[in-house]
Design a protein around this ligand. Sequence first.
Ligand SMILES: [Zn+2]
Length: 124
Amino acid sequence: MQKEFRKIRENLEKRRREILEKISGEQLLQTSGELAHGDSLDVATSAGDREITFMLKSRELDELRAIEDAIQRIDSDDYGICANCEDPIELKRLEAIPWARFCRACQEELESRRLTGNSDLERF
Ligand SMILES: [Zn+2]
């Protein structure tokens, strides 16, 4: 692993923990809320609520996936290389967006063509 990626990996792990704690904390709250109720109508209602909560959380889940992907790429020495032009991605950019898969020039080009799937996460 390259030395400069060590700190980025630490930051990624920290952010990953934060998201996991946040998600599991919310699930705990939901579970204890469900325990207070009993009949089937309440169960149906809370299932609907959970779906809405899940949709609201999809941004965090997307980020979690991107973080885990980035950690995996650091571990397999596949990190910091643009997935499009295979040039090294600027370290400054990686520090700002540690899960970035494209160098800035390629990202801008992709965004202008609107071909990127998660431009929301990688806007810079
Ligand atoms: Zn590139």
